[in-house]
Design a protein around this ligand. Structure first.
Ligand SMILES: [Zn+2]
Length: 70
């Protein structure tokens, strides 16, 4: 199961807009305001945070199918 090709995908639904995993229910929720001196710094910071959180999440811990989006 470790070999599953998971991908970061942009998701838009009624109650969520943002980056999520296509293989499980994980979604990226940035905490706090964007960090950076400029818009491009904020973007870089955001993308780094997103990528590292995505890389470190475990799909098995975010099973799909449960309707508890918490
Ligand atoms: Zn996942």
């Amino acid at each position: 199961m470790e070999e599953t090709r998971r991908k970061l995908v942009w998701v838009e639904s009624e109650n969520f807009q943002g980056w999520a995993c296509n293989a499980c229910a994980w979604a990226f929720n940035p905490l706090g305001p964007p960090v950076g001196q400029s818009l491009s710094e904020m973007m870089i910071h955001y993308e780094r945070l997103r990528d590292s959180e995505f890389a470190s999440h475990v799909c098995a811990e975010h099973p799909r199918g449960s309707k508890n989006l918490r």
